[in-house]
Design a protein around this ligand. Structure first.
Ligand SMILES: Nc1ncnc2c1ncn2[C@@H]1O[C@H](COP(=O)(O)OP(=O)(O)OP(=O)(O)O)[C@@H](O)[C@H]1O
Length: 254
């Protein structure tokens, strides 16, 4: 089966510093891959190369066999790549439901006057309700987004990403900055999306143990380079990863 996402020799240098260095990645359709690594390993930069915010110094990105290296973020979104942007797209004074409904509406390119047709409005509303249910936010559907806890905002953001109907979801540290009590709910939401089985997911995570049992495979970045890539079992047993781990690979900084 053709990979949904592939990179070859993907590289970007900022001045003299090579932040991502010759990375080869292959993600089969409906696969869940996590990218792990310590602070400064190049994870976010790698994501920016996948979503188009950055252009590589060298190398290629393919989406479903199409070379997308020179496409803009907008063009990549149109093709079916959705990236989580931490809260920036949430309207604080609108309710959770209204935020998701707007995301559904923007996907469909529906203009305001469609709302004269009650059935069209109701279809959007129902889809938004379903998405809130998927991310376990039905209870707060009527609350203004600004009143939500941080973890709830992250879940809202995931619902808005799902509203785009992207085939490939890029999730950037979805548990970052949220309280320990809220982490299981976020992981539950991600597990739910995985179990629906209709999306491919690439997720960045700082802490390996957080995503080990969720992931079909993990790729380890270290100093911009691919240190290892394999099943959770292979990664856990990998001596390079182990020595990096024991050598202070993971800190508790975030
Ligand atoms: N625009 C830029 N200009 C110069 N250097 C950059 C730029 N963006 C990233 N870097 C450098 O590239 C390296 C990788 O950073 P990146 O943010 O991708 O790491 P990360 O693995 O996502 O870390 P974290 O877990 O802290 O988010 C770092 O040394 C960073 O300082």
């Amino acid at each position: 089966m053709k990979p949904i996402l592939e990179t070859r020799d993907l590289t970007i240098a900022f001045g003299g510093h090579t932040a991502v260095n010759g990375v080869d990645l292959t993600v089969p359709p409906r696969h869940f891959k996590s990218i792990i690594g310590p602070n400064g390993a190049g994870k976010t930069t790698f994501f920016n190369l996948l979503s188009g915010e950055l252009k590589p110094t060298r190398g290629t990105v393919w989406f479903k066999g199409q070379d997308i290296t020179s496409l803009s973020p907008y063009e990549r979104t149109r093709l079916g790549i959705g990236r989580s942007f931490q809260i920036t797209n949430v309207f604080p004074n609108l309710t959770a439901l209204e935020n998701v409904r707007l995301a559904v509406q923007s996907r469909e390119g529906i203009r305001y006057n469609v709302f004269r047709h009650f059935t069209a409005y109701r279809r959007l509303e129902e889809e938004a309700q379903e998405l809130l249910h998927t991310v376990l936010l039905s209870d707060v559907a009527g609350s203004p987004a600004r009143m939500l806890a941080h973890g709830e905002k992250r879940k809202l953001e995931i619902a808005m990403l799902l509203a785009l109907n992207a085939e490939l979801l890029l999730l950037d540290e979805p548990t970052a900055g949220i309280s320990m009590e809220e982490v299981p709910a976020i992981l539950e939401v991600i597990r739910g999306i995985k179990e629906r089985g209709d999306r491919s997911i690439v997720l960045i995570e700082h802490k390996m143990e957080m995503v080990l049992d969720l992931s079909d495979s993990l790729m380890v970045l270290f100093n911009g380079k691919l240190l290892a890539d394999g099943s959770p079992q292979e990664i856990m047993n990998n001596e390079l990863v182990q020595s990096a781990y024991l050598g202070g690979f993971y800190d508790d900084a975030s």
